[in-house]
Design a protein around this ligand. Structure first.
Ligand SMILES: [Zn+2]
Length: 317
């Protein structure tokens, strides 16, 4: 009788039933999507204590993301990409992704009438339903630089969620592709003027300024009760991220901020990062089941203002 039991256990592990045994839905607030032209994956990545593989092309990447979404019951994914990448997911998987305009701001781009009119038209058409990830950190523009007001104004005008990158970037990248990146631009304090000037902004502080600006993030969450964060990438990308995140989550829940922390994978070119991220939350021994459900689904559902019908549908009702 031992052999059938071993086979059954192997099947359960391989099908991911152990990983999602409660069957409850998850919302991923941070993932990147591509066109065949701008997909940059194809290389394995050593992270923390595992090696993540990367599909060789965009179609394989999207297929692998869909497999992870099914395995971990991720019912909605805030997908960040350029207009063409969003066209692909809108066409192929219209209900599984929230199409969000990924923007790498420059002063020229934020004054480019063609770009801005295309963005507004796509918002009106429903082809773009959110803004971000906004990568001003990487292009060297402070979040409170007045040139950014253009994006905040559009987000407020159309009542859209907007997400900005607040975290370090890849080690060494200031010497190569991001020479204008400065760590201080990831300081959440720089959002004070923005939130005062645009009080209706539905802002997600992507990566929450972690691991550098933990106390600054708490200060901002205390002062601005409308401010949400996601914890994407911190739970898988590096030990410097993963270990401080434990401390951040424990304190955030004690301080009463647990209802504004959202789950995100920041899946880029390694779909296995989605599973690592969900399993990190599920395996923590310091969060209650309610806190886990809030982070994995409830907080994002509130931030995105999902209807009761959508929430019921996500729960299979
Ligand atoms: Zn980011």
């Amino acid at each position: 009788m031992k052999k059938p039991i071993i086979i059954l256990i192997t099947v359960l592990i391989c099908t991911g039933i152990f990983a999602q045994e409660n069957g409850l839905p998850v919302i991923d607030m941070h993932l990147h999507t591509y066109t065949p032209q701008n997909y940059w994956g194809g290389s394995d990545f050593q992270v923390v204590d595992t090696v993540l593989s990367s599909p060789s092309d965009q179609a394989g990447h999207l297929e692998s993301v869909i497999q992870q979404k099914k395995k971990y019951n991720i019912v909605l994914t805030y997908a960040s990409g350029n207009f063409e990448a969003l066209d692909i997911i809108n066409k192929t998987y219209p209900d599984l992704f929230l199409p969000s305009a990924e923007i790498w701001p420059t002063k020229e781009l934020l004054q480019d009438k063609d770009f801005l009119s295309t963005l507004e038209q796509k918002i009106k058409n429903g082809e773009v339903q959110a803004i971000g990830e906004v990568a001003n950190f990487y292009t060297g523009i402070a979040p409170n630089d007045p040139v950014m007001d253009t994006l905040y104004r559009i987000a407020e005008k159309y009542d859209l969620p907007i997400g900005l990158h607040f975290a370090p970037g890849p080690p060494g990248s200031q010497f190569t592709q991001y020479p204008n990146m400065r760590l201080e631009y990831a300081n959440p304090f720089l959002l004070q003027e923005v939130l005062i000037k645009f009080p209706k902004l539905r802002l997600n502080v992507m990566h929450a300024g972690l691991p550098i600006f933990m106390d600054e993030m708490f200060g901002m969450m205390f002062m601005f009760p409308n401010l949400y964060i996601d914890i994407s990438a911190q739970c898988w990308y590096a030990f410097y991220g993963k270990l401080p995140l434990n401390d951040f989550l424990k304190k955030a829940c004690l301080y009463g901020f647990g209802d504004r922390i959202m789950f995100g994978s920041d899946e880029m070119a390694w779909p296995g990062a989605i599973g690592l991220s969900v399993e990190y939350i599920e395996k923590t021994d310091f969060l209650t089941e309610k806190q886990k459900r809030d982070i994995l689904y409830n907080n994002a559902a509130r931030f995105l203002r999902l209807s009761d019908e959508e929430i019921e549908r996500h729960h299979g009702k």
